[in-house]
Design a protein around this ligand. Sequence first.
Ligand SMILES: O=c1ccn([C@@H]2O[C@H](COP(=O)(O)OP(=O)(O)O[C@H]3O[C@H](CO)[C@@H](O)[C@H](O)[C@H]3O)[C@@H](O)[C@H]2O)c(=O)[nH]1
Ligand SMILES: [Mn+2]
Length: 452
Amino acid sequence: MDEHSPEIVPVNSPALDPDPDQEPQSSESGEEGDRGGPRPPESLSDKLPLPPADLNLYGAAVALRLLLLAAFFRYRVAHPARGAPWLWLAALACELCLALAWLLAQLPKLSPTSRETHLDRLASRYDKDARLGSVDVLVTAAGAGAEPPLAAANTVLSVLAADYPARRLACYVSDDGADLLLFEALFDAAGFARRWVPFCRRHAVEPRAPELYFARGVDYLRDKAAPSFVKERRAMKRAYEELKVRMNCLAAKARKVPEDGWVMSDGTPWPGNNTRDHPAMIQVLLGHPGDQDAEGNELPRLLYVSREKKPGFQHHTKAGALNALLRVSALLTNGSYVLNLDHDHCVANSGVLREAMCFLMDPESGNRTCYVQFPLRMGVNDDGGETRATRDSVFFDIGMKCLDGIQGPVYVGSGCCINRKALYGFDPASTEDDDGEAPVQRSSRAGGGSGS
Ligand SMILES: O=c1ccn([C@@H]2O[C@H](COP(=O)(O)OP(=O)(O)O[C@H]3O[C@H](CO)[C@@H](O)[C@H](O)[C@H]3O)[C@@H](O)[C@H]2O)c(=O)[nH]1
Ligand SMILES: [Mn+2]
């Protein structure tokens, strides 16, 4: 960034900087406290009580094992192996270690935690959408040579169509393959988003990744679909099929790399022709002033980023890409929260960002919440039922929920909405956030954020 970079001032995240003047006007929270003062704000999420019967049997099994363990150690100590004292001592030490490890593993399991969110309270506390925190979604891709560009396009479309205010949402795609094919695929997807996003919003379709949505099919008769919806869905499906055909054509073309490397549509050589040695590229695909969807509404921003590569440097694959995206997003939109996704991890539930905000922007616990994650689950149906039991179910439904009951679950690598302040360890610097011109538009106009 150059001297045109936006001025840096302290961030003003609504959750981190609660303003007493802006307490919710919700009637639910209008009661008075014991001393006549205002009642503390309502929590945006609750722990769901676990039926005691669910844990009693497990508790009884733990108690029985403890008794057996105590009896076992009593026997061990009372019957030392006189002929081999060191062997006996080593066996006892090992058994004690195992017993301690088992005991420690039982502690979190006594408080598994499920939670529910209150989206209505979130809406009333933050004036519907006006004061929701801004989110930067970071998508990592390794280039179309390694991964089908259609997967990244679907992920991006599901992010752009998420149920979140457009001016508070930005999507950054990192391309570690510096691949013109992926860039063109995303450019095409950005054009498709102008129709896809309003279609999803108007008809509240789920999921909002077109590949998943159209694969699901609709029973128009059973669902009593309106004729206008049927017509629009058909047109949308046709447009998506055309997008797929165009992407397949691009992929076929990309198989034969020209001798002098790729050339962009304006005649300049593609800067990423040497994938191991190229400058950083940042291109704003959506977010230029006046960028709107087909109905004239604002669209979330979409940016293509390919970090600088130099031979001899360790680039740390996905981790390095995420660090680069974190820095780029800090300069352009500086969302208070970041959500990281793999190139093929679509947003399956369009309300996911609001769900995350119920924890991250909670007036009481938000400041103590570092991240909220939505791990990818294999073999799980839309309704939460499982098509096949996997080892995942033990990890997610038992291990993670139990850890949530103590200090919180471990980070599982993607689908994680993180408080930027928690990542930095201090308040991130901010451009202006709430009103006025969007930072990315300023940057791109200043020549710093746009152009490859
Ligand atoms: O140089 C690289 C290589 C990979 N990626 C991206 O990193 C992500 C994960 O890589 P992938 O090859 O798909 O690994 P998987 O084994 O499928 O991913 C699982 O395992 C990874 C850790 O090994 C986790 O980070 C992922 O979230 C998890 O889905 C993908 O989006 C890639 O596009 C990059 O950005 N740069
Ligand atoms: Mn993968």
